[in-house]
Design a protein around this ligand. Sequence first.
Ligand SMILES: Cc1cc2nc3c(=O)[nH]c(=O)nc-3n(C[C@H](O)[C@H](O)[C@H](O)COP(=O)(O)O)c2cc1C
Length: 446
Amino acid sequence: MSFHLVASLMTPGHFRSAWRLPAADPAAHLDIDYYQRLARTADEAGIDAIFLGDSPAIGPDIARNPANGIDPLVLLGNLAAVTERVGVLITSSTTYNSPYNLARRFQALDIVTKGRAAVNLVTTYAPKAAANFGLAETPDKPTRYRRAHEFLQVVRDLWDGWEPGAILADKEAGRYADPDLIHETGHRGEFFEVAGPLPTPAGPQGHPVVVQAGGSEGGLRLGSALADVIFTVAQTRAKAVDFRDDIRARAVAAGRSADAVKVSLGVIVLVGEDEADAHARAEELYATLPFDDIARANLAVLGLGERDLDEPIRAEELPDIPVAEGGSAGFRVSTRALLAERPLSARELVRATAGVPGGGHRLVVGSAEQIADDLEAWWRARAADGFTIMYADTAVDFDRFAHQVVPILVERGLFRTATPGTTLRERLGLPLWERDRGPAAVDASA
Ligand SMILES: Cc1cc2nc3c(=O)[nH]c(=O)nc-3n(C[C@H](O)[C@H](O)[C@H](O)COP(=O)(O)O)c2cc1C
């Protein structure tokens, strides 16, 4: 079992209020030089991929905090040009895109990055997105996932349109391509009608790496059947182990090998010069948060009414929220597991999750050694195949993680910075797509 690391470029950090710190540049999230420096740091450290989350809408809390608003395909396309090895993982919405455009863009990204492209397909729960696309309201979750499933199938068919050998480049005969080896998609479904094919053949990976991040039943089904990597969230190790076991079993049930799907667990890191420094920095970050407001938002997201912000919440008190409603099932399940293990008040929850209302990723505060210990223990417990590292304050923790934590993981023989091949699929231990199609596909093209 290999160990993977994905680095989030979210700026100012997972603490959205980190821009308020005295040394922070409040406009760093709009500064390409800053992002290029992060990307080069990740590339040199041997990180597998850089990643940016996204929603096609203005940030919900823009009055207080900057949002990561730059279109991530443009931003990470630029970062790919100044790096050599690191994968570029870009979030795109299946609810607010067309499969043809998305398939074409990511195939282009795979070609221009020489096989380093990946897409994080999300169904988008940001309530303000719908109105940007002429919709009166956000489609409900089952509809979004039905669309996502059809969307990804169309994208895969488009990526498969050109068989190997379709380009003849026969100068003598003047035959450039064999149209018999270039297939139309001819898709007609509930949501899309797409003729295809794409105008160009596949890039080095065949299919760019596909990540799926939804934690509800629809997301898990989609991810285990069709994705290469599942992004997830877990506040407790037992929940993470169960989740990974479940995904592997679902992959097998869908006719795939259990190892064909990698689980990448989100973790927020705050790396101190030593333990005392880490905790002092955490207090500085907590002091930037509007604690009571976030604590009240926690109650609202969890479906709890008015209550004392210091009263412990027990998991049994949380109401079931209908599947069609609400933000993220994944985050809710994770918070429920945390409260089942350890009842926390609404205010204490703010501290556990870097101030993300409703509960977010697990925050690990410590020295570089302590953070390496934590990741190692979770990985050895088979809680994840790797980690999506998010930074409490990206301006400080990104460099510290790359320069101090990664070398410890390498020294312990956990993380390999040198991998076979040059593509992201190979780095992640995933088969190149042509190989994955196996002999049957080759026979069919003969
Ligand atoms: C590590 C991680 C990263 C995510 N990034 C995004 C993102 O950038 N944009 C987004 O709309 N949703 C993101 N999500 C959320 C899911 O993709 C999904 O849209 C949301 O959780 C609602 O669906 P669910 O109820 O199936 O979880 C992320 C989730 C995780 C665990």
